[in-house]
Ligand binder design. Sequence first.
Ligand code: COA
Length: 197
Amino acid sequence: MSETRSYPRHVKTDAGDIEFRMMGRADEAAVLAFAQNLPTHDLLFLPRNISQPKVLSAWVNEIERGQIVSLLAVRGGSVVGCGTLVRDPHSWSPHVGEIRMVVSLDVRGQGVGRALSQETFALALGAGLEKLSVQMTVDQQAAIALFESIGFRAEALLRDHVRDVDGKKHDIVVLGHNVAQVRAQLEAYGLPGAVQH
Ligand SMILES: CC(C)(COP(=O)(O)OP(=O)(O)OC[C@H]1O[C@@H](n2cnc3c(N)ncnc32)[C@H](O)[C@@H]1OP(=O)(O)O)[C@@H](O)C(=O)NCCC(=O)NCCS
């Protein structure tokens, strides 16, 4: 899925120099530490709680089987963000990918999330996906603003869809993006190379 884009790559943000690289088995402990430092409320958009070692290990298995691609944002050797592209070529939605993204509290608001969303978006374009979706609890204002700013639009509201550790239920909003349209526009502008590397 990542063959058209090469990593690691470095991006300058207000949080300093961030290295983006593919996540693998060797990152398990660092990603667990990252996940365990996040407020659990910020993990409710994920199907499973990644702050549990078992869930993290299953995630790495999926990466190794090639079912998902996860990009890590690393600063000074610590994981400060993670962006994942999930797709299922054997489902009825082989043309659709889901982006899942989270950034550590201490670097939020400094451009890491924006850079990560651009990297993940580029991976999706490189993989030839036609549509992207993201989902989050409705109170994640930053996430909604970020994805709307790159062209995602609200498509669904799932009421009381997730339950937090205290038993409180939260609504989930699903945003979608017609990536095929962006690709067509880039090509119309004569920029097909823009999606290749
Ligand atoms: C969404 C998230 C990844 C953004 O990460 P970040 O590193 O703070 O993002 P950035 O600093 O790059 O900001 C990107 C955009 O988000 C929006 N944003 C950031 N902080 C915001 C805030 N406090 N309030 C409203 N909008 C905000 C802005 O539109 C900003 O764009 P700008 O830089 O042009 O102003 C981060 O808030 C997060 O991990 N949230 C919890 C997990 C989650 O809900 N993920 C969504 C599921 S995909």
